[in-house]
Design a protein around this ligand. Structure first.
Ligand code: ATP
Ligand code: MG
Length: 290
């Protein structure tokens, strides 16, 4: 792994789940709100995140945006994808990459990143297909010999939170962080190419995105660029601190896993409200939009 830049990959094999929306807005959040040198790498032919970013980022400097070359006949492949990410990482502290997963890419591509964010709605179909997708890469994500990216599942385009328990109640064989949900915003279309969600005049919409982005920032701040101790030990140290929403989700998940040990290989039982710690219950109810 390269020194210097922290690298986030936002991907899924599913279309329309919010990859480009999260990529453009997260990259802009790190640049404009946190003032970090951040590059956006758009590995999607549709170039949605770059169009959004270019239109809304007033001072879109040359080092901020990296796109596939137009007319490249072979499309996205391991060489041009890695080259663009490397180029962005040479001159930025943080790189956000938007990619619709393509099986032409080798699974090892994941090792280029510190954080792997997979957006997913709360519908059973989407949760199932996300898990199928991740299961295919389980051996990479659980590697003990190389450093895999930390996996974050990001509930996106959430209209109501009722189904959030579906996500909390599932038992997966891959360790992951569950991000605060990004709610459905009817303004998203209007903001495309004009402004970013964290600039919304609607307080709920703005705060909702900021909660998500801050949680990702917190997680990043606890990922060393070059771990000096084995990943296995690192995880236990990181999860001991219960300071953030992401931590609380993680602790809850570990607690569920202990309770539901028998179910590890299959679907988990439902987690009822009274099994959520008060802080998490409050967090979940505060996100309910009636
Ligand atoms: N939080 C949100 N609220 C409302 N609409 C959203 C939200 N996030 C994404 N959308 C809408 O959902 C659609 C798909 O979003 P987006 O382009 O970000 O997904 P994608 O995963 O990048 O899609 P593709 O696979 O086509 O690249 C767009 O119309 C977008 O405006
Ligand atoms: Mg897209």
């Amino acid at each position: 792994m390269q020194r210097g830049a922290q690298k986030i990959l936002i991907t899924s094999q599913k279309g329309g789940v919010g990859k480009s929306t999260l990529s453009a807005n997260l990259a802009a959040y790190f640049r404009q709100v946190l003032g970090r040198r951040t590059g956006l790498v758009d590995l999607d032919r549709q170039a949605t995140s770059s169009k959004w970013f270019r239109g809304a980022e007033e001072a879109c400097v040359a080092d901020a945006l990296y796109e596939l070359e137009l007319g490249a006949s072979q499309g996205i492949n391991a060489l041009n994808a890695s080259r663009l990410v490397r180029k962005a990482a040479e001159v930025n502290d943080l790189v956000v990459t938007d990619l619709t997963w393509n099986d032409l890419l080798p699974k090892e591509f994941f090792y280029d990143f510190h954080l792997l964010i997979v957006p997913c709605s709360l519908s059973s179909i989407e949760v199932d297909s996300t898990m199928d997708f991740l299961e295919r890469f389980a051996h990479v994500l659980k590697s003990k010999t190389r450093t895999p990216p930390k996996l974050v599942i990001a509930p996106s385009r959430i209209r109501e939170i009722d189904a959030y328990e579906l996500m909390l109640s599932r038992v997966f064989n891959i360790e992951f962080f569950l991000a605060p949900p990004v709610n459905y915003s009817s303004d998203a279309q209007e903001y495309f190419g004009n402004t970013f969600i964290f600039n919304s005049t609607d307080t709920d919409t703005r705060q909702n995105f900021l909660d998500f982005a801050q949680a990702i920032g917190d997680l990043l701040s606890r990922i060393p660029l070059q771990p000096a101790i084995p990943q296995r030990l690192l995880s236990s140290i990181q999860h001991r601190d219960a300071g953030t929403v992401l931590d609380r989700f993680m602790l809850q998940r570990l607690a569920n896993r202990r309770t539901d040990k028998k179910d590890l290989s299959g679907d988990a039982e439902k987690v009822s409200d009274d099994r959520l710690p008060p802080s998490l219950s409050q967090f979940v109810s505060s996100r309910v939009r009636t």
